[in-house]
Design a protein around this ligand. Structure first.
Ligand SMILES: CCCCCCCC(=O)SCCNC(=O)CCNC(=O)[C@H](O)C(C)(C)COP(=O)(O)OP(=O)(O)OC[C@H]1O[C@@H](n2cnc3c(N)ncnc32)[C@H](O)[C@@H]1OP(=O)(O)O
Length: 213
């Protein structure tokens, strides 16, 4: 597992926690949660034009306030005390990233990665359903996590999707991924999303390659 940790460090620049500090993480997570609500409100609002313009001006002011102090880059992937890693600013599981649903994931002892999440109307593709590219985003991430949980982290080299039935938005979904085999630098992983009725809506297979450098 130490080798896998070193590989994670190399591939994803994962680091020992650099001390954002739990209090700051909670504060930024709260901010991201409020912005997620704002995003949904923007997509669904039906207020009049004057109110839209007034809110747009206020949001621009808030953005300027946040920009008075900027990091060079988003917080990196960090290892936790248990050896697992967290992607605080990532677009799938990142609690600090407003575009992440976020998907809450757990890595189980047998290497299975399971997550629960709800995608709201912001992620709509066909009416009432999740955009196929968003499903691919979630699946790519958990496939990558499962490759890492297998001790063989890598970069996505191939991602094959099979959309079995529409994935509804606004309801709880689950995602599950597990590495099935590894050959040299290549790891093959399978994953699927299940709807609230227990039926699989999307299946994916991914091949992850550990870069040499
Ligand atoms: C933190 C946790 C989860 C995060 C998950 C997020 C996952 C991501 O989003 S990763 C970002 C998206 N992916 C990328 O940007 C990858 C871009 N591609 C690359 O960097 C490189 O092409 C990379 C690393 C995949 C392979 O590069 P390189 O190491 O030079 O591969 P190379 O030596 O040519 O091939 C290695 C092996 O893999 C095979 N292979 C490589 N690419 C492919 C491919 N696309 N299809 C099929 N086979 C491939 C080769 O045939 C070779 O096999 P063998 O060893 O049997 O000959």
């Amino acid at each position: 597992m130490t080798e896998a940790r070193a590989a994670m460090g190399r591939i994803f620049r994962a680091r020992e926690p650099r001390g954002l500090g739990e209090e700051r993480v909670e504060g930024l997570a709260e901010l991201a949660a409020r912005v997620r609500e704002l995003t949904e409100a923007v997509v669904l609002t039906d207020v009049d034009d004057a109110e839209v313009a007034a809110v747009a001006a206020q949001v621009a002011e808030l953005t300027a306030r946040l920009n008075t102090a900027r990091r060079q880059e988003p917080p990196s992937i960090e290892f936790g005390a248990d050896g697992a890693f967290r992607h605080l600013a990532g677009p799938v599981t990142g609690r600090l990233n407003p575009i992440a649903p976020p998907v809450e994931v757990a890595v189980h002892e047998d290497g299975t990665v399971r997550g629960v999440f709800t995608l709201n109307a912001v992620y709509e593709g066909p009416p009432g359903c999740v955009h196929g590219g968003v499903a691919a985003l979630v699946l790519d991430h958990v496939l990558g996590m499962a490759a890492a949980a297998n001790g063989t982290p890598g970069m996505t080299a191939t991602l094959d999707m099979r959309y079995r039935r529409p994935t509804p938005h606004g309801v709880p979904l689950t995602v599950e991924a597990k590495a099935v085999r590894s050959e040299g630098r290549r790891t093959f992983v399978e994953a699927h999303i299940t709807g609230p009725d227990g039926k699989v809506t999307v299946e994916a297979t991914g091949m992850f390659v550990r870069p040499v450098h």
